[in-house]
Design a protein around this ligand. Structure first.
Ligand code: ACO
Length: 326
């Protein structure tokens, strides 16, 4: 049996740091509110004009190729997961593939909001386990600053930009890699978290621009409630059916939307925060990039055989948890 494992990680975050102090000069907010309610001190923003999500995805993938030393000609597929594609079409993955000069690969995007990395990693793992593909690059990347209204204090503090890439390959070593996933999509999420205009229902027009309909809309309190319940339940379920508990879980790697959601998940699993990977304080919510960026930043804390649980929740609503043995 072939198991799918992550054999390398690359990451990229833009240089520009937008901290709470600067935000409080843009909207009526303050560091104390943001830290106690959300747990974010600063976030990175891609400020250079003309650069989009593919730029960050390419930077992350380049670092991945350099670190692993893998021959780019041996890559079979490249999948980008994002909610902030460079264009409606072509796919962001096709742009990244072109810039990387991959000669023997095909590329496509997957959309699953903040669950994008989990769903895509699982898809890539199934492709590897099938034996038809040997090396797949999965990239979680989002330029959330491109859809955030910096006049809306209820959302502008929450998000940041970033990208991370992983190489997924096969091994015949037993028990390693992506072991199990529990995913669900609850199609009732649309009213609570969406971007109103720019799609086929409400194409862009002077009206949509005048009414600021091209920005992320969120009913924060409802989303918060759903996120806590679903991420906690999904982790508990994946732990139970794989015999995982506080004594044998090395790390939970949760989607980073709110520190209070992350703490609730840790509490449900009876884990200390030392066993939770957190990057929300300095990166904010980078959507599809939160989980791979957390792995990238904490790579040196991971040991072979460590039991990890990944969990996420996002627009749709989408949610789930995966069990990964490092
Ligand atoms: N600074 C100061 N005050 C603020 C700010 C701010 N930045 N934002 C909101 N407030 C005010 C509100 O106006 C409100 O004031 P009012 O009572 O006078 O009306 C008050 O604070 C409380 O607002 P709530 O929205 O109820 O605050 P809450 O404690 O729920 O926190 C938050 C809001 C942080 C958005 C929280 O609800 C949350 O984290 N939700 C989940 C986010 C999430 O998980 N998103 C999913 C992933 S995103 C994706 O998929 C793309």
């Amino acid at each position: 049996k072939i198991n799918a494992i992550i054999t390398g990680i690359g990451g990229y975050v833009p240089d520009y740091v937008l901290n709470n102090e600067e935000l409080s000069r843009m909207v009526d907010t303050n560091d104390e509110w943001i830290m106690t309610r959300v747990g974010i001190k600063e976030r990175r923003i891609l400020t250079e004009e003309g650069l989009g999500t593919s730029y960050m995805a390419r930077k992350a993938a380049k670092q991945l190729l350099r670190k692993t030393g893998v021959d780019p000609d041996t890559i079979d597929a490249l999948i980008v997961t994002t909610s902030t594609a460079d264009y409606k079409f072509p796919s962001t993955a096709s742009i990244v593939l072109g810039k990387l000069g991959l000669k023997n690969a095909y590329a496509f995007d997957m959309w699953a909001a903040c669950c994008g990395f989990l769903y895509t990693l699982d898809t890539a793992a199934s492709m590897i386990e099938s034996g038809r593909y040997k090396k797949i690059i999965v990239i979680g990347a989002d330029k959330m600053s491109s859809v955030v209204d910096y006049k809306d204090r209820s959302t502008c503090a929450l998000f940041g930009d970033g990208a991370a890439a992983v190489l997924v390959e096969g091994t015949t070593e037993p028990e390693l890699g992506l072991r199990d996933s529990y995913f669900r999509t609850d199609g009732k999420g649309l009213p609570f978290l969406h971007l109103k205009a720019g799609g086929s229902v409400c194409p862009p027009s002077y009206f949509t621009v005048d009414h600021r309909l091209h920005y992320l809309y969120q009913e924060g309190r409802t989303v918060f409630r759903y996120a806590v319940t679903n991420m906690s339940d999904d982790c508990a379920l994946i732990a139970e059916r794989n015999g995982l508990n506080k004594d044998n879980i090395a790390f939970v790697v949760p989607h980073q939307a709110n520190m209070r959601i992350i703490e609730a998940v840790a509490k449900r699993l009876d884990l200390s925060m030392d066993n939770v990977m957190v990057n929300i304080e300095h990166l904010g919510n980078t959507s599809a990039a939160t989980i791979p960026l957390a792995l990238w930043e904490n790579e040196n804390r991971l040991k072979k055989g460590d039991n990890l649980i990944f969990t996420a929740f996002g627009a749709g609503f989408v949610h789930g948890a995966s069990y990964y043995k490092w």
